[in-house]
Design a protein around this ligand. Structure first.
Ligand code: NAP
Length: 280
Protein backbone atom coordinates (compact mmCIF):
# COMPACT_ATOMS: atom_id res chain seq x y z
CA UNK A 1 0.00 0.00 0.00
CA UNK A 2 1.26 3.48 -0.82
CA UNK A 3 -0.13 5.96 1.66
CA UNK A 4 -2.00 9.10 0.67
CA UNK A 5 -0.25 12.14 2.04
CA UNK A 6 -2.32 14.38 4.31
CA UNK A 7 -1.36 17.86 3.18
CA UNK A 8 -1.39 19.86 6.41
CA UNK A 9 0.03 22.89 4.67
CA UNK A 10 -2.93 23.06 2.28
CA UNK A 11 -5.56 22.40 4.96
CA UNK A 12 -3.99 25.04 7.22
CA UNK A 13 -3.90 27.58 4.37
CA UNK A 14 -7.61 27.01 3.71
CA UNK A 15 -8.42 27.44 7.39
CA UNK A 16 -6.37 30.63 7.60
CA UNK A 17 -8.12 32.03 4.55
CA UNK A 18 -11.52 31.33 6.14
CA UNK A 19 -10.38 33.02 9.35
CA UNK A 20 -9.72 36.30 7.55
CA UNK A 21 -13.47 36.80 7.12
CA UNK A 22 -14.13 36.14 10.82
CA UNK A 23 -11.40 38.61 11.80
CA UNK A 24 -12.95 41.25 9.54
CA UNK A 25 -16.40 40.74 11.00
CA UNK A 26 -15.02 41.01 14.55
CA UNK A 27 -13.28 44.28 13.71
CA UNK A 28 -10.25 43.78 15.92
CA UNK A 29 -8.48 40.67 17.22
CA UNK A 30 -5.31 41.09 19.29
CA UNK A 31 -2.73 38.45 20.19
CA UNK A 32 0.24 39.07 22.50
CA UNK A 33 3.24 36.75 22.33
CA UNK A 34 5.82 36.89 25.10
CA UNK A 35 9.29 35.51 24.46
CA UNK A 36 11.96 35.46 27.16
CA UNK A 37 15.60 35.02 26.17
CA UNK A 38 17.41 34.20 22.97
CA UNK A 39 16.48 30.58 22.15
CA UNK A 40 16.95 30.52 18.34
CA UNK A 41 14.20 27.94 17.67
CA UNK A 42 11.75 29.95 19.82
CA UNK A 43 12.61 33.09 17.89
CA UNK A 44 11.78 31.34 14.60
CA UNK A 45 8.47 30.03 16.01
CA UNK A 46 7.51 33.48 17.27
CA UNK A 47 8.41 35.11 13.95
CA UNK A 48 6.27 32.54 12.08
CA UNK A 49 3.34 33.12 14.41
CA UNK A 50 3.64 36.87 13.98
CA UNK A 51 3.73 36.53 10.18
CA UNK A 52 0.65 34.30 10.22
CA UNK A 53 -1.21 36.80 12.44
CA UNK A 54 -0.43 39.72 10.18
CA UNK A 55 -1.58 37.76 7.13
CA UNK A 56 -4.88 36.89 8.83
CA UNK A 57 -5.44 40.53 9.86
CA UNK A 58 -4.84 39.77 13.56
CA UNK A 59 -3.05 42.49 15.51
CA UNK A 60 0.04 40.86 16.93
CA UNK A 61 2.17 42.25 19.72
CA UNK A 62 5.50 40.54 20.37
CA UNK A 63 7.00 41.26 23.78
CA UNK A 64 10.65 40.20 23.79
CA UNK A 65 12.14 40.14 27.27
CA UNK A 66 15.79 39.55 28.18
CA UNK A 67 17.02 36.16 29.49
CA UNK A 68 17.58 37.77 32.92
CA UNK A 69 13.90 38.74 33.37
CA UNK A 70 12.73 37.90 36.90
CA UNK A 71 9.66 35.77 37.40
CA UNK A 72 7.75 38.58 39.13
CA UNK A 73 8.37 40.90 36.20
CA UNK A 74 7.04 38.33 33.75
CA UNK A 75 3.96 37.74 35.92
CA UNK A 76 3.40 41.50 36.07
CA UNK A 77 3.51 41.71 32.24
CA UNK A 78 1.00 38.88 31.97
CA UNK A 79 -1.27 40.53 34.54
CA UNK A 80 -1.26 43.77 32.51
CA UNK A 81 -2.13 41.87 29.31
CA UNK A 82 -4.95 40.04 31.13
CA UNK A 83 -6.49 43.46 31.79
CA UNK A 84 -5.84 44.89 28.30
CA UNK A 85 -9.15 44.90 26.40
CA UNK A 86 -7.36 45.15 23.02
CA UNK A 87 -5.61 41.82 23.65
CA UNK A 88 -7.78 38.72 23.29
CA UNK A 89 -5.09 36.06 23.36
CA UNK A 90 -1.82 35.68 25.28
CA UNK A 91 0.88 33.18 24.49
CA UNK A 92 4.07 32.62 26.45
CA UNK A 93 6.61 30.93 24.21
CA UNK A 94 8.19 27.86 25.81
CA UNK A 95 10.76 26.95 26.96
CA UNK A 96 11.27 29.70 29.53
CA UNK A 97 14.69 30.20 31.16
CA UNK A 98 15.33 27.72 33.99
CA UNK A 99 14.96 30.31 36.78
CA UNK A 100 11.30 30.91 35.82
CA UNK A 101 8.56 28.52 36.96
CA UNK A 102 6.80 27.81 33.63
CA UNK A 103 3.70 26.39 35.27
CA UNK A 104 3.25 29.53 37.35
CA UNK A 105 3.63 31.71 34.27
CA UNK A 106 1.14 29.70 32.20
CA UNK A 107 -1.38 29.53 35.04
CA UNK A 108 -1.29 33.31 35.42
CA UNK A 109 -2.71 33.85 31.92
CA UNK A 110 -6.45 34.31 32.26
CA UNK A 111 -8.30 31.22 31.01
CA UNK A 112 -10.30 33.37 28.54
CA UNK A 113 -7.07 34.55 26.85
CA UNK A 114 -5.21 31.23 27.04
CA UNK A 115 -4.81 30.61 23.29
CA UNK A 116 -2.44 27.69 23.93
CA UNK A 117 -5.12 25.88 25.91
CA UNK A 118 -2.66 25.05 28.72
CA UNK A 119 -4.50 26.70 31.64
CA UNK A 120 -5.82 24.19 34.21
CA UNK A 121 -9.37 25.48 33.66
CA UNK A 122 -9.16 24.79 29.92
CA UNK A 123 -7.44 21.42 30.50
CA UNK A 124 -10.19 20.45 32.95
CA UNK A 125 -12.94 21.62 30.60
CA UNK A 126 -11.45 19.50 27.83
CA UNK A 127 -11.33 16.48 30.11
CA UNK A 128 -14.98 16.98 31.06
CA UNK A 129 -16.00 17.16 27.40
CA UNK A 130 -16.96 20.81 27.47
CA UNK A 131 -13.92 22.33 25.77
CA UNK A 132 -13.04 26.01 25.86
CA UNK A 133 -9.78 27.02 24.19
CA UNK A 134 -8.06 23.79 23.17
CA UNK A 135 -4.34 22.97 22.80
CA UNK A 136 -3.37 23.85 19.24
CA UNK A 137 -1.39 20.79 18.13
CA UNK A 138 -3.85 18.02 19.06
CA UNK A 139 -6.75 20.24 18.00
CA UNK A 140 -5.04 20.67 14.62
CA UNK A 141 -4.68 16.90 14.32
CA UNK A 142 -8.42 16.48 15.00
CA UNK A 143 -9.21 19.04 12.27
CA UNK A 144 -7.00 17.13 9.83
CA UNK A 145 -8.73 13.84 10.62
CA UNK A 146 -12.10 15.54 10.18
CA UNK A 147 -11.12 17.09 6.83
CA UNK A 148 -9.79 13.74 5.62
CA UNK A 149 -13.02 12.05 6.81
CA UNK A 150 -11.11 9.56 8.93
CA UNK A 151 -13.54 7.48 10.94
CA UNK A 152 -12.63 7.64 14.63
CA UNK A 153 -15.60 6.04 16.39
CA UNK A 154 -14.85 2.44 17.33
CA UNK A 155 -11.26 2.64 16.10
CA UNK A 156 -8.18 1.91 18.15
CA UNK A 157 -6.05 5.04 18.49
CA UNK A 158 -2.54 4.63 19.85
CA UNK A 159 -0.73 7.75 21.00
CA UNK A 160 3.02 7.51 21.47
CA UNK A 161 4.09 10.28 23.85
CA UNK A 162 2.16 11.53 26.86
CA UNK A 163 3.09 15.18 27.28
CA UNK A 164 0.63 17.74 28.63
CA UNK A 165 0.73 19.73 25.40
CA UNK A 166 0.34 16.95 22.84
CA UNK A 167 -0.07 13.31 23.94
CA UNK A 168 -2.52 13.64 26.84
CA UNK A 169 -4.96 16.15 25.25
CA UNK A 170 -4.72 14.17 21.98
CA UNK A 171 -5.88 11.05 23.82
CA UNK A 172 -8.80 12.90 25.43
CA UNK A 173 -9.94 14.42 22.12
CA UNK A 174 -9.87 11.04 20.35
CA UNK A 175 -11.61 9.40 23.31
CA UNK A 176 -14.43 11.96 23.10
CA UNK A 177 -14.87 11.03 19.43
CA UNK A 178 -15.40 7.38 20.37
CA UNK A 179 -11.95 5.86 19.84
CA UNK A 180 -10.47 3.25 22.14
CA UNK A 181 -7.21 4.67 23.42
CA UNK A 182 -3.74 3.41 24.24
CA UNK A 183 -1.14 5.93 25.44
CA UNK A 184 2.54 4.94 25.37
CA UNK A 185 5.38 6.65 27.22
CA UNK A 186 9.11 6.17 27.75
CA UNK A 187 8.48 3.23 30.10
CA UNK A 188 6.28 1.33 27.65
CA UNK A 189 7.57 -2.20 27.08
CA UNK A 190 7.54 -3.47 23.51
CA UNK A 191 6.33 -0.30 21.81
CA UNK A 192 5.83 -2.10 18.48
CA UNK A 193 3.25 -4.46 20.01
CA UNK A 194 1.08 -1.41 20.71
CA UNK A 195 1.74 0.57 17.55
CA UNK A 196 0.98 -2.48 15.36
CA UNK A 197 -2.48 -2.59 16.83
CA UNK A 198 -3.33 1.03 15.94
CA UNK A 199 -5.94 2.02 13.37
CA UNK A 200 -4.91 5.61 14.08
CA UNK A 201 -1.33 6.14 15.22
CA UNK A 202 -0.20 9.51 16.59
CA UNK A 203 3.49 9.83 17.38
CA UNK A 204 4.67 12.78 19.51
CA UNK A 205 7.97 11.96 21.16
CA UNK A 206 10.85 13.93 19.61
CA UNK A 207 12.99 11.04 18.35
CA UNK A 208 13.65 10.64 14.63
CA UNK A 209 12.79 7.21 13.17
CA UNK A 210 11.32 5.93 16.44
CA UNK A 211 8.48 4.36 14.45
CA UNK A 212 9.31 2.36 11.33
CA UNK A 213 7.10 0.70 8.73
CA UNK A 214 7.25 -2.73 10.38
CA UNK A 215 5.65 -1.19 13.50
CA UNK A 216 2.57 -0.05 11.59
CA UNK A 217 -0.61 -1.97 10.81
CA UNK A 218 -1.44 -2.24 7.11
CA UNK A 219 -3.90 0.57 6.30
CA UNK A 220 -3.41 2.62 9.48
CA UNK A 221 -3.67 6.41 9.54
CA UNK A 222 -0.33 7.77 10.76
CA UNK A 223 0.05 11.25 12.24
CA UNK A 224 3.63 12.32 12.85
CA UNK A 225 3.80 15.21 15.33
CA UNK A 226 7.56 14.98 15.91
CA UNK A 227 9.80 17.84 14.84
CA UNK A 228 13.48 17.01 14.99
CA UNK A 229 16.29 19.09 13.54
CA UNK A 230 18.84 16.62 12.14
CA UNK A 231 22.59 17.32 12.02
CA UNK A 232 22.22 17.92 8.30
CA UNK A 233 19.89 20.81 9.16
CA UNK A 234 16.90 18.93 7.74
CA UNK A 235 13.65 18.72 9.68
CA UNK A 236 12.40 15.18 10.40
CA UNK A 237 9.47 13.68 12.24
CA UNK A 238 9.41 10.70 14.61
CA UNK A 239 8.21 8.30 11.91
CA UNK A 240 10.39 6.86 9.15
CA UNK A 241 8.33 8.29 6.30
CA UNK A 242 9.61 5.97 3.55
CA UNK A 243 8.88 2.64 5.22
CA UNK A 244 5.74 3.92 6.97
CA UNK A 245 4.12 5.16 3.78
CA UNK A 246 4.43 1.63 2.37
CA UNK A 247 2.10 0.37 5.12
CA UNK A 248 -0.20 3.24 6.08
CA UNK A 249 -3.30 4.31 4.17
CA UNK A 250 -2.72 7.99 5.06
CA UNK A 251 0.27 9.74 6.56
CA UNK A 252 1.35 13.28 7.47
CA UNK A 253 4.73 14.49 6.19
CA UNK A 254 7.31 16.49 8.16
CA UNK A 255 7.54 19.32 7.33
CA UNK A 256 4.14 20.22 5.89
CA UNK A 257 1.92 18.08 8.12
CA UNK A 258 1.01 18.86 11.71
CA UNK A 259 3.27 21.95 12.06
CA UNK A 260 1.23 24.32 9.84
CA UNK A 261 -1.99 23.11 11.49
CA UNK A 262 -0.67 24.12 14.92
CA UNK A 263 -0.26 27.72 13.76
CA UNK A 264 -3.68 27.75 12.09
CA UNK A 265 -5.27 26.55 15.32
CA UNK A 266 -3.47 29.23 17.30
CA UNK A 267 -5.02 31.87 15.05
CA UNK A 268 -8.39 30.16 15.37
CA UNK A 269 -8.10 30.23 19.18
CA UNK A 270 -7.26 33.96 19.10
CA UNK A 271 -10.32 34.62 16.94
CA UNK A 272 -12.47 32.37 19.15
CA UNK A 273 -11.25 34.20 22.28
CA UNK A 274 -12.09 37.56 20.67
CA UNK A 275 -15.55 36.33 19.61
CA UNK A 276 -16.25 35.06 23.14
CA UNK A 277 -15.11 38.34 24.71
CA UNK A 278 -17.43 40.27 22.38
CA UNK A 279 -20.34 37.98 23.25
CA UNK A 280 -19.52 38.86 26.89
P1 NAP B 1 7.90 15.98 25.53
O1 NAP B 1 7.23 16.91 26.47
O2 NAP B 1 9.37 15.79 25.60
O3 NAP B 1 7.21 14.55 25.71
C1 NAP B 1 7.68 13.43 25.03
C2 NAP B 1 6.84 12.23 25.40
O4 NAP B 1 7.38 11.10 24.71
C3 NAP B 1 6.89 11.88 26.90
O5 NAP B 1 5.59 11.54 27.33
C4 NAP B 1 7.81 10.67 26.96
O6 NAP B 1 7.50 9.73 27.97
C5 NAP B 1 7.55 10.01 25.61
N1 NAP B 1 8.65 9.16 25.18
C6 NAP B 1 9.98 9.42 25.21
N2 NAP B 1 10.67 8.37 24.71
C7 NAP B 1 9.75 7.44 24.35
C8 NAP B 1 9.84 6.15 23.77
N3 NAP B 1 11.01 5.59 23.48
N4 NAP B 1 8.69 5.48 23.53
C9 NAP B 1 7.49 6.03 23.84
N5 NAP B 1 7.34 7.25 24.39
C10 NAP B 1 8.47 7.95 24.64
O7 NAP B 1 7.59 16.34 24.03
P2 NAP B 1 6.36 17.14 23.34
O8 NAP B 1 6.43 18.56 23.74
O9 NAP B 1 5.09 16.38 23.50
O10 NAP B 1 6.82 17.04 21.81
C11 NAP B 1 6.98 15.80 21.16
C12 NAP B 1 7.49 16.05 19.75
O11 NAP B 1 6.50 16.77 19.04
C13 NAP B 1 8.76 16.89 19.65
O12 NAP B 1 9.50 16.47 18.52
C14 NAP B 1 8.24 18.30 19.41
O13 NAP B 1 9.16 19.11 18.73
C15 NAP B 1 7.05 17.97 18.54
N6 NAP B 1 6.00 18.99 18.55
C16 NAP B 1 5.56 19.39 17.34
C17 NAP B 1 4.55 20.31 17.25
C18 NAP B 1 4.05 20.71 15.91
O14 NAP B 1 3.40 21.71 15.80
N7 NAP B 1 4.31 19.91 14.88
C19 NAP B 1 3.99 20.87 18.42
C20 NAP B 1 4.45 20.42 19.66
C21 NAP B 1 5.46 19.46 19.71
P3 NAP B 1 7.55 10.06 29.55
O15 NAP B 1 6.23 10.74 29.82
O16 NAP B 1 7.65 8.72 30.17
O17 NAP B 1 8.73 10.94 29.76
Amino acid sequence: MKARIIDGKRIAAEMREALKERVKSLGHVGLAVIIVGENPASKVYVRNKEKACIEAGIHSEVIALPETTEQDELLERIRALNLDSKIHGILVQLPLPAHIDSRKALDSISAEKDVDGFHPFNVGSLLLGNPGLQPCTPHGVMKMLEREKVEIRGKHAVIVGASNIVGKPMAIMLLHQGATITICNSKTKDLARHTRDADILVVAVGRPNLVTGDMIKEGAVVIDVGMNRLESGKLAGDVDFESASGRASMITPVPGGVGPMTIAMLLENAVEAAARSKRG
